[in-house]
Design a protein around this ligand. Structure first.
Ligand code: ADP
Ligand code: MG
Length: 722
């Protein structure tokens, strides 16, 4: 155990010298029995003290009526007593000087208000005694470090030692994971089922395992992120040292209250989770199976230098499937140079294909695999290799797997295998002690593994993020407008108010004014200067275009009169009380949408996408969870599918990306200063060509809470958090 782990406050949980199992049972099948059995069976290096008020002996070990009767010091207590007894037992542990608790017992927050109150009291006691606690409502913890060899779970399966750290928010899933990993021959360094995580959180463990040399990859199964800001801050740091792979279940943004803006309705999926993980460089797995597919590669393979994959196969069809799978994930097929192809040609039969995927055809021997592999791994243009094998009748796939695994070890490039007969190999592996490259039954999972390695290498190589630039803003002016609306009981601000607030933050709108009646409107048009746009102003009118309430490109007095009369008619038809007309100078540019929504879990989420009426149809939008770095904003802009439109396709001029970035920075600043803002949306923001102005032409702002300013709240991720 290294220094950092030695001194860490979670040490009593993972490196206890003695464990009391409170609620130990003599009855096979009971949790209190299984835990004692697992501790003994796994060869725990310290002392085990069963505690049971009615039994003298459990599992042939002397039992004690209470933890206070144990003659030796107790580092860790595993608690499995009925829920009504937990608080009293914790008090005894506190008096005994126990430092760590694993509370297996359920019946706390997860069951309702009464359970929540019990949990509150539990946490309060844990704090009061200065203990740390995993759970309640969990399946236990494991540390396979030979100096402790602790399996303090009631899982049926015996874990294998290895280099994965696994955090599971679900106990049942934790058990399933233990048996799956055993089947895949994958081992754990540490394992924690964290249950209600009332005291020790996934964030605490992430931080702790960052220090653990034995843990090479961290796997997370999460249902929520706890404190997402703290998660972001820790994950960003940890991923620089070891890969973090997460499976996150559950939707996040509430789609139901989204009707008021495009931002809300588009954000109705779990895109915020993707955004958050992307921002902090965590790899998101699509399922538990996918997570293990990637983990298998991470624990045994080096990282690739780039995305170029070579495929070596003994069958055409699977080779093509493998290539398709790689390309669809964003990997590229390596171009083979003339000398590489010549070398392959000299090794392989005439019918073989020496283009990538390299198809050796069904007669390929184990030796042929080996020689072709060496050529490909030595090729300058190859970053990683996938070996595909369909077992022909005469070849022993296990022998092929052993051979290629040995060769792969000599190179600093990742190699994965897609072996159609993989089941037989795994069975064989149970009997023999050999290290193999990761093997998958299907090309899609082998491709995911290579993608995971490649993506992580890329994320880890990402430069340190740049902080958001400071901007000047009229905070007082904005507050006055927001406050006035709030006082008047309006949470949805009038368009003019929204515009005014954004203007205080330096987001520019084209010149414009509101006018009532024909004469005043024509006069306003002249003052603003043709060409202009006329927009209806009516109480309760949200999407103006839906009722034909916007007439663009009005060029002279004659057109202005017509447009005005038309708006009056349309308002009447729509049953709207026309308050007036907003005359706005006509602007040019590419229409994009800039927005902020509030996620119940993550808080403010910044949104960017192609704008106008197509936003909801195309759903080509990107999210970033606040707080953000400038790089996050830049990556967000570049990540949408229609990004090429902004850089100028087919002779179009590139737009002013700096102006776009600047507007997003200002929006981020505004909602950071005013956490009470629930949604803001600028749709469209017209991004001008380089050298031309950019404008916001339509804005909406919705308050969720009182618009109190939070002075001096940093925009960049905070470094110290509770
Ligand atoms: P709404 O979204 O309520 O329908 P907008 O003010 O966004 O109303 O106007 C609808 C559309 O009209 C915009 O998406 C944009 O295409 C166009 N438009 C509005 N104002 C301007 C303007 N000042 N310059 C150019 N086009 C505009
Ligand atoms: Mg609009």
């Amino acid at each position: 155990m290294n220094r950092a782990l030695q001194d860490h406050e979670l040490r009593p949980l993972f490196y206890p010298r003695s464990i009391a199992v409170i609620g130990a049972s003599r009855q096979r099948g009971k949790i209190g029995y299984e835990i004692v059995r697992n501790l003994l069976d796994f060869g725990f290096q310290g002392k085990v003290f069963p505690v049971n008020p009615t039994a003298d002996v459990v599992h042939s070990i002397k039992a004690y009526p209470t933890v206070l009767d144990v003659p030796d010091p107790v580092d860790l207590a595993v608690i499995v007593v009925p829920k009504e007894q937990v608080l009293a037992v914790v008090d005894q542990c506190g008096r005994k000087g126990v430092q760590g608790l694993v509370v297996i017992t359920a019946g706390f927050r997860e069951t309702g208000p009464e359970g929540a109150e019990r949990e509150r009291q539990l946490v309060q006691r844990v704090r009061q005694y200065g203990m740390r606690m995993i759970g309640p409502n969990c399946m236990g913890i494991i540390n396979t470090d030979p100096s402790v060899s602790m399996n303090a779970t009631f899982a049926y399966e015996r874990p294998l030692p290895g280099s994965m750290g696994f955090i599971s928010q679900s106990g049942a899933l934790g058990a399933a994971i233990l048996s799956l990993s055993r089947h895949l021959n994958l081992g754990f360094s540490m394992f924690a089922s964290i249950g209600n995580k009332a005291n020790v959180s996934s964030n605490d463990l992430l931080e702790y395992w960052d220090q653990d040399e034995r843990t090479k990859v961290i796997l997370l199964y999460l249902e929520d992120f706890g404190n997402p800001r703290r998660f972001t801050e820790i994950a960003r740091r940890v991923m620089r040292r070891k890969p973090v792979i997460a499976v996150k279940s559950g939707r996040t943004l509430a789609g139901s209250r989204a009707a008021l803006s495009h931002t809300g309705s588009v954000a109705g999926t779990d895109m915020a989770v993707d955004a958050l993980l992307e921002q902090c460089g965590v790899i998101r797995a699509l399922s538990i199976g996918d997570m293990f597919d990637m983990a298998m590669a991470f624990v045994s393979q080096p990282l690739p230098r780039g995305p170029r994959v070579a495929i070596l196969t003994n069958a055409g069809g699977p080779g093509i499937l493998a290539a398709d799978a790689c390309v669809s994930l964003g990997l590229t097929m390596a171009e083979l140079s003339a000398p590489t192809k010549a070398a392959l040609r000299s090794l392989l039969p005439r019918e073989a294909s020496v283009e990538n995927p390299v198809d050796m055809i069904a007669s390929a021997t184990t030796e042929m695999y080996g020689r072709a592999m060496r050529v490909l791994l030595e090729a300058e243009t190859v970053d990683s290799l996938m070996v595909v094998n369909v077992p022909p009748i005469m070849q022993d796939p296990f022998q092929v797997a052993v051979e290629i695994s040995q060769i792969a070890q000599a190179y600093d490039k990742p190699v994965v295998g897609c072996f159609m007969g993989v089941e037989a190999i795994f069975r064989e592996l149970q009997r023999r002690e050999v290290e193999l490259i990761p093997l998958y039954p299907f090309p899609e999972s082998a491709a995911r593994a290579l993608w995971g390695l490649t993506r992580y290498a890329e994320l880890r190589g990402r430069p340190e993020r740049a902080l958001l630039p400071a901007i000047r803003a009229d905070v007082v002016g904005a507050e006055a407008i927001l406050e006035a609306a709030w006082q008047a009981g309006r949470t949805v601000l009038a368009p003019a108010e929204a515009q005014a607030v954004l203007s205080c933050y330096g987001i520019a709108f084209p010149p414009g004014r509101t006018a009532q009646g024909l004469e005043a409107v024509v006069l306003a048009c002249r003052e603003v200067g043709y060409p202009v746009v006329l927009k209806m102003v009516a109480p309760g009118l949200i999407h103006k275009s839906d009722v034909g309430g916007v007439i663009v490109d009005v060029r002279n007095d004659g057109e202005a009169v017509d447009a005005y009369m038309e708006l009056v008619r349309r308002a009447e038809r729509a049953g709207l009380a026309l308050e007036g007309v907003y005359v706005q100078a006509m602007a040019r540019g590419v229409e994009v949408i800039l927005g902020v929504a509030t996620d119940p879990m993550f808080g403010h989420v910044l949104m960017f996408g192609l704008g106008g009426i197509y936003t909801e149809v195309l759903r080509d939008v990107a999210f970033r969870v606040l707080p953000v770095y400038l790089d996050d904003i830049r990556e967000m802009i570049r990540s949408i599918r229609t990004y090429p439109i902004l850089t100028g396709v087919r002779g179009g001029r590139p737009v002013d990306l700096v102006a776009l970035e600047d507007a997003l920075v200002r929006l981020a600043r505004l909602v950071t200063d005013f956490p009470g803002i629930r949604e803001v949306e600028i749709n469209p923001f017209l991004v001008g060509s380089v050298g031309e102005p950019s404008w916001a032409v339509d804005a909406r702002l919705i308050l969720g809470n009182a618009p109190r300013v939070v002075v001096g709240k940093p925009l960049e991720p905070e470094m110290t958090m509770a």
